[in-house]
Ligand binder design. Sequence first.
Ligand code: FE2
Length: 233
Amino acid sequence: MGKYSHYDGHIDTLPMERIPEFDCHSHILPGLDDGAQTMEDAVYLAGRLAAYGFKRAVCTAHSSFLYRNTPETVVPTCERLQEELDKAGIKLALTPSMEYRLIPETWPEQRRRGLLPWEGNHILIELPIRQREQMGDIDPVNEIKALVADGYRPVLAHPERYLWAGREDFDRFREAGALFQRNLGSLEGAYGKESAQRAEALLRWGYYSFLGTDTHDRRYTDKFDKILKQNGL
Ligand SMILES: [Fe+2]
């Protein structure tokens, strides 16, 4: 049973202790961000996700200070990768999307331009990992509320990694309407001890709705190969 056994009594709050139908967080589109760099890498990573049991993957290229993606960069790249997967016989259906970082340099422009949702209306948003100040005047609670008012379901990417955030912050994001996404590997320490402790607490409190892989490169899938094997998945 591995690391998951002690949660067995609370399984109702843990909808993701097995591989879900789709991965809602991945950086497998080639050449768009710090994820897959080549088509060959992208096909390899997609093949691993399919092997884990995912039927679909949402391709959430970064929209960040360094990676200024738009639907014009993401959609055609996603189509090209899908063609390669089909040719290679890899059964993984891709959805083009982005991981939107809430920073003044990119977020207001993305809002004006129009967002690329998955599952109809879900939007993956990311807050700074270490420095809350990078958000400038942007208040994540207001942004979450505005997204909800516009009919979106904002999904907070890996909140366990926001080392500045406390339970009060998480509660405010949740009350504003955000759903939470945990990274595969967080509990096992892939992002350090502090993130592992946060992931464990958030999981125990029942705050997570989604499990995503946040796959960037082979180092991620090598880790997942081990973690999933250890847990009999
Ligand atoms: Fe990501």
